[in-house]
Design a binder for this molecule. Structure first.
Ligand code: SF4
Ligand code: SF4
Length: 424
């Protein structure tokens, strides 16, 4: 079946047949997991629209921006400072890496024992399935975990890759290293975009991204209400969309959604019964369309009230200080915020344990599901410490390790249902 976007996709050198197959699967998956929910609010129409047009209208917008001279920069990690890209009039997109399509191709050049997220971004590129990757003038990697670090060396044969060095500790010398990396990134972004970043432009970009973080903070706060005013699936989708939709439009639309949710909370209405077990997710990021575990959890009678992950509060908890008057002050503020990110790639990472306990208490979570992607050593190792910290706060935890395949759905259902029953 032809679509108005075929010509654009062809120009982007996508494999049109494989891409059509991917869209079909995505549409069906979205229908089953999202459209089947009862009584969704008006604000969800925005989510449905963005998702339906994820490879259509948004890609057209990117192509139009490129035709006007703007550059598109793709990223995989919340460490990459979007404010720098926006201040140079670039467009930043999070490259989703949440689907299994392309895994066979990826496994031809990567070990099978690689996490699904890495296989996904390599597989999407090799199989010519992702219009976002194909739109990028620069793809920014980072030295977070070993898997990603080495995969970018391979990925660089297929795409214009730039890698930022992320420190592994948080001492003064690590701040200095990261500051030097942010400066090096600024130079590279200026070179790619052909634009010089000024103090005024950087401050404006910081305010813009802070605005998006604030609206997501507001959404998270509303989820502390009982009954929960929004499903975990919808809240996850909001966070996922924040990585690739236009930041101004996103902030406005999610602000409207929050207004609606506030009304629901005042009226004592929610998406789940008041006594439904409230669970929090914690761990690896869940990129579009990785909705498997949230769907299983919410089909078992529980409701998800928060995501402690990079596609969740790890990316929105802290704001950048907007008051800097000089380039140095603004860059220092950017560095300070990112160095507060509690990714499991850091050692030690005790602040994550405190943050998880505080968040679970604040959201009145009855339990935590720790989600690790198979072969992700940092999060799998840290799960033991998370469980211990939660146990001393009397909050039960279930540790799940999985990937993007559907093979373990029944087994996961059994484990999640038993956990929910235990909490009940
Ligand atoms: S989990 Fe760590 S490596 Fe992954 S996006 Fe977050 S900060 Fe980056
Ligand atoms: S999920 Fe774990 S292994 Fe995979 S890219 Fe992220 S930190 Fe690395």
């Amino acid at each position: 079946m032809s679509t108005p976007y075929d010509e654009m996709w062809e120009k982007l050198n996508l494999d049109l047949d494989a891409h059509a197959g991917l869209l079909q699967v995505l549409g069906k998956f979205y229908g089953d997991i999202y459209m089947s929910q009862q009584g969704r609010l008006r604000g969800m129409e925005y989510l449905d629209f963005v998702l339906t047009e994820v490879h259509g209208l948004r890609i057209k917008e990117l192509q139009d921006a490129k035709a006007r001279g703007r550059k598109v920069i793709g990223t995989f990690c919340v460490f990459v400072p979007e404010e720098i890209v926006l201040a140079a009039d670039g467009v930043q997109v999070g490259l989703c890496a949440g689907a299994e399509a392309g895994t066979d191709a990826a496994e031809k050049i990567l070990p099978r024992s690689t996490c699904a997220l890495i296989k996904s971004f390599v597989g999407f590129k090799l199989s010519r399935l992702c219009p976002y990757i194909e739109s990028c003038d620069l793809v920014v990697g980072e030295t977070t975990c070993d898997g990603k670090k080495k995969a970018y060396e391979i990925f660089a044969d297929y795409a214009p890759v730039y890698v930022m060095e992320i420190p592994q500790m948080k001492n003064a010398c690590d701040h200095d290293l990261w500051r030097a990396e942010v400066l090096r990134f600024k130079d590279r972004v200026e070179e790619v975009t052909g634009n010089t970043i000024t103090v005024a432009k950087l401050r404006e970009a910081i305010r813009l991204v802070n605005g998006r973080r604030r609206v997501l903070q507001r959404l998270n706060e509303l989820r502390a209400a009982s009954p929960a005013p929004i499903s975990g699936r919808d809240a996850l989708l909001v966070n996922q969309i924040s990585f690739y939709d236009d930041p101004v439009r996103f902030t406005e639309k999610i602000g409207q959604l929050c207004d609606e949710l506030e009304e629901q909370v005042k009226a004592g209405k929610g998406v789940a019964p008041k006594d439904a077990p409230r669970l929090m997710l914690s761990g690896c990021p869940m990129a579009v369309p990785n909705w498997k575990l949230p769907y299983i959890i919410e089909s078992s009678g529980a409701v998800i009230v928060g995501e402690e992950s990079c596609i969740g509060t790890r990316n929105t908890r802290d704001l950048v200080d907007e008051n800097g008057q000089t380039m140095d002050e603004l860059l220092n503020a950017l560095v300070d915020r990112t160095m507060r990110i509690d990714c499991a790639c850091f050692t030690p990472n005790t602040e994550r344990l405190d943050n998880i306990v505080d968040m679970a208490r604040g959201l009145k979570a009855d339990g935590v599901v720790h989600y690790g992607l198979s072969f992700c050593t940092p999060y799998a190792m840290e799960a033991f410490k998370v469980e211990k910290a939660l146990k001393s706060a009397d909050i039960p935890m279930l540790a799940i390790e999985t990937d993007y395949s559907m093979e373990d759905v029944e087994q996961l259902k059994t484990r999640v249902e038993a956990f929910v029953e235990m909490i009940r």
